[in-house]
Each structure stands twice: as structure tokens, then as C-alpha cells.
Write a protein of this length. Structure first.
Length: 566
């Protein structure tokens, strides 16, 4: 297995399911709005790692651009230098490419537009549409009002345009400390939409920026930057999550009241809510920094670097995003939907292999010592074009511990005293006894094989048995580290109410064992995926695997074992 077998040729992907955003774009194209152009953007903040929720946005924005013959920009909203790092930029770009998308020449940063955004700010000040406020953050918050009470004007709202322009330029020159002043739009402090109550558009931050260094010490805020960056880049359809719906009037005000080169439009969809997981950036940071997980790429985390290391595929992630659809309605998606999409993607293309996860020695007493008999099995049972694999049968084998019962329950069809089973791809064997250690634990099972029953030989199927167990040769098995990953949380909604969400962590979310594997797995390449027969889908770890010594992570079980738990 040093070279991955060629998977079956995939059939043409089905057309993307319709949704309300696609319907809007189709109507725009019929009416000629935007001249038939479709330009979207994916605008992450470079202050962390992308997670599964971002995958939905990636698939939506890049998928729409692809399907309508347009383009999707990758734009980093890098306006908070205190939290942003080049490491995050590189990780985000890598994850988007891993998901199967590319932006070509359209890589942009909000910091590309800092001078233009500042020039727009001076224009607003000179027109009397913005002012420098010297209230503290707490005072601004107190004057903002509530959903039922209007806000109150700042005492600095009456500053003249000349006074405001002088203060803004001195802010830019670095004369004032952080928090001394902010720049606000002069809109309506009594608006029922709190986002229109003189929103902040600039703040002082004496921080070195990951791209512009110390060239700036005032930075624009998201709502202002987002709208104008879209207009500068000629974005036609600015697609956001639903929490920005109440911000849309501010978006529209910015692009309608400044001499921007293009008029974009914003649309909102419901973000992804996934059971048995947390997608809050704050909680993800907490899990990493508190040591609850083994870093941002821990396979139990819903980060894209985590699910990639776990063995999920970009095609499976895209399939998941297609299945959950796009709507305005907030809802919860069960983790089982994601896991089934990964199974459905891996099933037709993952090579099969045998791995014994809980080894128990089986001795075939009538099999000659030193004899090595080759056995053959398909790489994939439904795709003969993927070829066959061979492994040796010898006198002593490893079998699964739960494939033997000294006193079998009713309906148990595997090995027990006197019972016959088939060694998968090998012979029928009859159990003749077993050995125990001083503690009473079974340490070896004895059997005899029936020579005329080898799989694939004439007449082998005449011996009918109900049990079929897998095995590997003791002398030839590859001892490999296997990490059995499960859901990180034990309940669908961690931290409900006032409960500490960490109390809901699943103590069995990671189990590390040494498995005995068929010898061909020694050639497994990092990120090569397999179905371990009876156990699930596994991947050779992309970080810890070494030539001839792969480490395997369980991506997903063969069936949803959580559904039966309620």
C-alpha cells in the first residue's frame, strides 16, 4: 500500500440545490442588475482558525461565484492589530484551498484600503456627517440607550467640522493615547435601530499591524470597513450571517453617502449551529489555552485544521454544506448529519484494510509451524478496478478480543468452545480451547482449521457458518498507534443556561491504543484514508506519521452509534 490505489472515477456532481440567495442572483441576472456580473467575497478576520461554520460561508460564497460564472474575493478584515497575526492569515488561506476553492489574483486585505477609508472619513467630517467624541467607552455605552429607550447626544456632538477635522488629524498623528477619542457618524441617537445611533467608525490603537507596521495608530471599525471595502472591490452580492441583518441600514448608509466606485448589496443567511460542538471563537480559544485539547488542529475540534487532521475530506465537507442548505431560519444541525456526509464520501473511495484494535492471540494448532500461506482480498469490494491486496496467514493470529466468548450469549455467532467461524478471506476454524492467566483472563484461544474451506477455492462455501471474523498474522502484523476520536462533548448543547460548558466534555473523546494491522498498512502515506473493516474510517495522521510507521486517527465510525443513545 505504498501507493494509494486509484479510486473509482466520480460521477458528475449534481447541480447545487436552489436557495433564496441563488434566487436573488437569478432575478438580478434576469433584470440586468450589476450588468449580469456576480462577485462575492469571503471576509474572515485573521485572529483565529476557521471552523466548520466558516465552511458553510466558504462553500456559499465561492460556490455561487463558480456556478454563476463570477469570481469570489478572499479579503481579510484586518482592522484590529491587537489580535491579528500572519500565522492566522496563512492558516486561513490553507484551509480555504483545502476546501477546494481558490481566489486567483483576488487576494485582498482591508488594510489595502486604509488610506482610502481615512480619506472618506475626512470627507464625512468636513460635511458634518461625523464627529470626534471624547467620551470614554463606558460613557458612550451609557448614552447609547436600550431597545426601549432612545439614546442621548454626546456633549461633543456639536463640535464644528473644523474642530473635528483637527482632532481627527491629531488622532492619526499619534498625539492621543488609546481610548482618548473615537470618530462617530452623526446619524440619529433616537433611531429604533441601535446600530444607527451615531456608530463608531474609528478608534485609536497604538499597536503594530501585521502588514502596515506602525504606519497607522487609528483603525476603522468593521461596519464602516466592510461596506466600503465591498464597494471598492465592486462586490455585487455581500453575503453575511444573520446577526448582521440589523447592521444593513448602516451598510446602506455608508455606500449611499460616500463617492464609492460601486454600489454593492448585502444579504443575510442563518449561521451554522452544530450539536455536540462549540463554534464560539471565545470558547475555542479557551479550550486550546486551557489544555482541554491538543492545539488548534486537535482532531476533536471543529476547526478546519482539526477536521482535516481527523480525516474528514473537503468533498465530504462540501457535501455536508449542500445537505444543510441555506436559509434565513435559525436551526440546529445534528452532528450525525456531518458524520454521515463524511461516510458517504469515503465509502466509495476508501481502500479497505484490516486492523485488530483489541488483540487476542488465536493459535491454529493443526497449522504447520513456519508455514506462510498468502491470502487475497479486494482493495474495495465494489470496485474491482482498484485491485487486490495480499497478506499472510500463519499458525498464530491476532483476532479481536470480543470475537471470543467463553460462555456466549444467545445469538452470538463468533468464536466460543466448539463453535465454527470463518477467518475472513481464509479458512473455517473450529474452537478447541483457550488459555487463561493467573487472574482468570483469557490470553489465547486454540482452534483447528478445516483445509478444504479456504475462501476462493472450489467448494469452500459448502461449509456453512454464521460467523466471520477478521485477523492478522502475529509474525507479520504492523503494530501501530491508533487514536480513537469521538465527539468532544457528551451532550448536544454544551453549557446550556448557566452551566459551565467544560462540564459537558466527553471523557471518552480520545482513546489511544496500539492496534495490530495488516502489513501493507506500513506504506500508508500521511492523509491516506482507509476503511478498517468493521471499525470505521481512519486516516494516517498528517503530522505524526513517519515512513513505515503510520499513526492512524479514526475519522468516523461505520454507523452513527450516538443515535441509539438518544
Amino acid at each position: 500500500m505504498s501507493k494509494p490505489p486509484k479510486p473509482p472515477s466520480p460521477s458528475a456532481p449534481p447541480p447545487a440545490p436552489s436557495n433564496f440567495i441563488r434566487s436573488i442572483i437569478e432575478e438580478d441576472q434576469r433584470s440586468g442588475r450589476h450588468g449580469g456580473q456576480v462577485t462575492t467575497r469571503f471576509p474572515p478576520e485573521p485572529n483565529g482558525y476557521l471552523h466548520i461554520g466558516h465552511a458553510k460561508s466558504i462553500c456559499l460564497n465561492f460556490g455561487i461565484a463558480r456556478d454563476f460564472g463570477g469570481r469570489c474575493h478572499m479579503r481579510f478584515d484586518d482592522t484590529n492589530p491587537a489580535k491579528e497575526e500572519t500565522e492566522y492569515v496563512e492558516s486561513i488561506m490553507s484551509s480555504v484551498r483545502w476546501m477546494g476553492f481558490d481566489w486567483g489574483e483576488h487576494l485582498h486585505f482591508a488594510s489595502d484600503y486604509f488610506q482610502q477609508l481615512y480619506d472618506y472619513a475626512e470627507l464625512l467630517v468636513s460635511r458634518g456627517d461625523a464627529y470626534v467624541d471624547s467620551l470614554s467607552a463606558d460613557e458612550i455605552r451609557a448614552c447609547r440607550g436600550t431597545l426601549t429607550e432612545p439614546g442621548r447626544d454626546s456633549p461633543y456632538r456639536t463640535r464644528t467640522p473644523d474642530e473635528n477635522l483637527d482632532l481627527l488629524r491629531r488622532m492619526k498623528a499619534g498625539e492621543f493615547p488609546d481610548g482618548a477619542h473615537v470618530l462617530r457618524l452623526k446619524l440619529d441617537m433616537r433611531s429604533p435601530n441601535i446600530n444607527l445611533r451615531d456608530p463608531l467608525i474609528y478608534r485609536i490603537r497604538h499597536q503594530t499591524h501585521h502588514r502596515t507596521g506602525d504606519a497607522w495608530c487609528i483603525y476603522p471599525l468593521y461596519d464602516y470597513t466592510h461596506a466600503l471595502s465591498d464597494a471598492i472591490e465592486h462586490i455585487t452580492h455581500s453575503i453575511c450571517t444573520l446577526e448582521f441583518e440589523d447592521h444593513r441600514p448602516l451598510y446602506d448608509w455608508c455606500v449611499d453617502n460616500l463617492p464609492v466606485p460601486y454600489r454593492p448589496y448585502q444579504y443575510e443567511f442563518a449561521r451554522l449551529n452544530l450539536t455536540y460542538a462549540v463554534l464560539s471563537k471565545r470558547r475555542l480559544i479557551d479550550l486550546v489555552e486551557s489544555g482541554c485539547v491538543d492545539g488548534w488542529d486537535d482532531p476533536r475540534l471543529p476547526t478546519l485544521v482539526g477536521v482535516r487532521r481527523r480525516g474528514y475530506t473537503p468533498e465530504g465537507m462540501q457535501l455536508f454544506c449542500e445537505r444543510i442548505g441555506v436559509s434565513k431560519a435559525e436551526s440546529w444541525i445534528d452532528m450525525g448529519v456531518l458524520e454521515q456526509a463524511i461516510r458517504d464520501d469515503l465509502e466509495p473511495k476508501a481502500p479497505r484494510a484490516i486492523a485488530v484494535l483489541s488483540p487476542l492471540r488465536l493459535v491454529i494448532d493443526n497449522f504447520p509451524e513456519g508455514r506462510i500461506e498468502p491470502c487475497s482480498a479486494p482493495v474495495h469490494p465494489h470496485h474491482p478496478e482498484m485491485g487486490r491486496r495480499e497478506f499472510p496467514l500463519t499458525r498464530e493470529l491476532w483476532i479481536e478480543r470480543d470475537d471470543f466468548e467463553e460462555t456466549p450469549p444467545k445469538g452470538y455467532f463468533r468464536l466460543s468452545p466448539g463453535a465454527e467461524v470463518r477467518l475472513r478471506y481464509g479458512y473455517v476454524v473450529r474452537c478447541t480451547g483457550f488459555d487463561k492467566d493467573d487472574s482468570g483472563a483469557v490470553v489465547a484461544v486454540h482452534c483447528e482449521y478445516l483445509p478444504e474451506t479456504k475462501s476462493g477455492t472450489p467448494g469452500a462455501d459448502s461449509r456453512k457458518v454464521k460467523g466471520n471474523i477478521h485477523w492478522v498474522s502475529v509474525d507479520h502484523a504492523l503494530a501501530a498507534e491508533v487514536r480513537l476520536y469521538d465527539r468532544l462533548f457528551a451532550v448536544p448543547h454544551p453549557g446550556t443556561g448557566e452551566r459551565d460548558y467544560k462540564l459537558d466534555l466527553n471523557p471518552s473523546s480520545k482513546t489511544v491504543i496500539t492496534a495490530q494491522c495488516e502489513p501493507g498498512l506500513a506504506g500508508a502515506a500521511p492523509e491516506q484514508r482507509f476503511q478498517f473493516e468493521r471499525h470505521g474510517y481512519f486516516v494516517a495522521d498528517r503530522i505524526d506519521s513517519q515512513p513505515g510507521a503510520p499513526v492512524f486517527n479514526r475519522a468516523v465510525t461505520l454507523k452513527d452509534s450516538w443515535a441509539s443513545r438518544g
